[in-house]
Design a binder for this molecule. Sequence first.
Ligand code: SAH
Length: 385
Amino acid sequence: MEQIYTPPCPLYKKCGGCQLQTLPYPEQLRRKQGREIALLGKFGHVETILGMDDPTHYRNKVCAAFGLDQKKHIVSGVYQPGSHRIVPVDDCLIEDETADRIIVDIRRMLRDFKIQVFDERSGRGFLRHVLVRRGFQSGELMVVLVAASPIFPTQKPFVKKLLETHPEITTVVLNINDRFGPVVLGEREKVLYGPGTIEDTLCSHRFRISPSSFYQINPVQTEVLYGKAVEFAALTGTETVLDAYCGIGTIGITASDKARQVIGVELNRDAVRDAIANARLNGLKNCWFTAGDAGEYMLGCVREGIRPDVVFMDPPRAGSDEKFLRALLKTAPSRVVYVSCDPETLARDLAVLTQGGYKVQRIQPVDMFPFTEHVETVVSLARSG
Ligand code: SAH
């Protein structure tokens, strides 16, 4: 019987973010392990999930929506699932505590600076979201103000006051999003203070991170995850490695010391720019990054007879696609290391790869998202025969 206890967060029911809060942490891990076995057990032995010593306040990226409540008071927090009503959040069990404090202080400052929040119904107002990202090792702190317009009349005094209140902030960016819809960041941005990016250290390498680039949100567990991914790749120093869906190049760069060369492919151009800068930042001469669809890139490899020895693939939650998987089978690398944030799409893609002649060797779940239902998995596959 699972032990039920009072969830530690008063917003548990409204917010919906921490679905497993009613379970003590060891129970959460057992439940995730069970889910992994149910979905992936048919491919091989599922190793014991790697959990956290302290599963709280692990999120290094916090994004708060800003709006008005029914009494026209400014609120900030998360959208209630399936609605556009904001559940006010001042502190959160899983979010970085400094980031939460900055968001609360920004909310308090809005009135003094006469900054209006955006109203989705009328399309009027200015501030829509605030995104805070903190470098875990470096402590560098990025604040992104997402606004509906580039015109920010009290910009200078506002930023000055923000930096006085939180001298730990190293950069402030204004992102302009004038579109409707669920996407938080728009395409235009203006750096208001600092370099516009932050740097962090992960797996002994330095990484530059732009506002829109993907960067794993739990740095402690990311080191565990990448450690396993690189271990599973069993590199000897002679291999050509493809890092597909590479983001800012974290996995490929972490593996680059043990490979002859690394090629990374990624759809988001800002992330690719970061990846190229990151190779330079680490003095690496054996890493190349290119912007594009991973499947298209793989097809190009097939056409040109390029054969990576090892492929890391780390697609978004929707998993990979037919195009990528078919081309991967054609290029036939000796090993594939699949990093997945959704065991269902992972199981679907593993079925294609195992039918195509690969054998699953290791399946390692990692708890990147305590208190939530999400679970990350690293799987290694080798070409059989
Ligand atoms: N490996 C990186 C990023 C993983 S997240 C890390 O660990 O940090 C998945 C990445 O896939 C995102 O950066 C996203 O922009 C990218 N992506 C999504 N669809 C893609 C596609 N069709 N081709 C290439 N990259 C894609």
